[in-house]
Write a protein that binds this ligand. Sequence first.
Ligand code: X8Z
Ligand code: ZN
Length: 610
Amino acid sequence: MISNTLGLWLLVTFAVANCKLSENQMKMFLANSYEKQTSDSCYKLNDVTFAFNTDIRNKQKEQFLLNTTLKEAKLSKEIWEKYFKDVNPEEYKDPILRRELKKLVIIGDAALEPSKLEKLTNAVNKMTSIYSTAKICPYEKQKCDLDKEGLNLEPGIEKIMSKSRNYDELVYAWKGWRNNSGAKMRNIFKDYVRLSNEAARLNKFSDNGALWRYAYEDENLIANMDELWAQVEPLYDELHKYVGRKLKCRYGNKLDLNDGLLPAHLFGNMWAQTWNNIAELVLPFPDAPSIDVEDGFKKQNYTVLKMFETSDQFFKSLGLISNAVCYDVSKGAMIEKPTDGREVLCHASAWDFCDGKTYRIKMCTEINLETFLVVHHEMGHIEYFQLYKDQSISFREGANPGFHEAVGDTISLSVSTPKHLHKINLLEKYIRNEKTSLNALMLKALDKVAFLPFGLLIDKWRWDVFNASIPEDKWNAHWWELRNKYQKIKAPIERSEKDFDPGAKYHVAGDSQYIAYFIAHILQFQFYKSLCMAAGEYNPNNKTIPLSECDFYESKAAGKILRDGLSLGHSKHWSEVLEIMTGDKKLNAQPLVEYFEPLYEYLKKENNRI
Ligand code: X8Z
Ligand code: ZN
């Protein structure tokens, strides 16, 4: 056993000069004082960030966040300069230690000199604040007092986008949101790009996009993403064509389909990233029953808390750890939008405070199926945090960021089957036949398949921006080139370089990388298939029951796969973790294609008919 005192002694002794530590000294240092210092710092930073994110107009909290960021960055830079900056991980023998050091030689934004780090932190905080507080006037009262009568994104503007079928009202909300969010941060984003790139270069990367990609431990990340896209694009194209035809039926002459591009505001979602909210316009068999759980939520007196408890029950049924602490408001969680006048960043998130016991969810939860699945998504993050909590701090991360985003979604795939929804009494009666099965599969495709090109293009755009292959005065135009190329959608009204449409998406404003979600949308089907097979719910050699109908609820065998893979955290290369969990070493879109196969055949037939 190595004592903490010895570790602290090392920190003090070696802090005076640049010292190269021996293999054992380095191990001791990492396991003790480094571990403690970094975990404490993580706790403090999460604490002040959470406080600011749940009270975004509070200047004192913003200042406190800035001060803490600078203070903790200074500490971590001191350690980095003395212990890691000039270390060559290859000189150490132990492969685990080498892996840890490969991470530690990169310090990220903290490499910047304090005045620049302050500017960068302020830029991100300001963009987050613009995004969180942006409002538009109601369609019925377009000149209003924004402070008193304005609608926030959640729930007001999102409700218009998901429920309204009035073409002009949808244009109004789509445009108003972008004018008041993205467009307002265009100049700040320029500072952000410049300073992030500067930080990346101090970490020996060519630009910030290259630094982001490094986290994926894949030399050919871009080409591999393109290859995955090529595997799924035919499916997306059929869905796009089918939905386009249905939209034409609904909106008639307002739609011109000649260029093959669909207007971005008609998909029931502010960014057209998921299309499930327009299911009633596009289901193959509108007269056959579909998955409608609204009644179920009402009849069972669902509350927000009950949504979290139900999700927790699923994780426990697999023999996994309860996530109850993360939605306990008495322990700091925020699971509903506050009504005390505070403005908050509603975008859902899960937090690991790095002390092995404090986990929180922050979410403005509404009661409907879409948010029920987001609850599972967030709970997946918390389960992962808990499963890898005994790893060293450097490995308390996903195998890669895509793994983190895939866990809860894998659970959701099982939860949202008619079979499971019926089991938990959210769906009263469900008759399974060809029509209802295709309806259910279409609903999933509107969520998962529709998302794929969006998940890919956000970081394609940022990679191009960070490496300056696109000049500043073409940023918005390039955004729309990618939206045209991948999603095959177009802006409903003219755009210019006065606009900054990427900033109207949270992850761009909030400095949060996005390719993880594209990866997760492929990976979750690999996980799902493997868990379904382990649960005896799916047999690829006998497809009488399709993959999409598997529910691995209560399967301890499925739970074991998750536990075995996820408890490794980042301690092994993701391809090894993937192999443990699925038998496959590579990301592979085949399970996704297999899942949607019956729908793909149907769409091809229907699209060829007309
Ligand atoms: O941001 C999220 C989660 C939090 S990690 C709610 N997602 C992406 C988004 O909303 O754009 C989940 C799917 C994609
Ligand atoms: Zn997430």
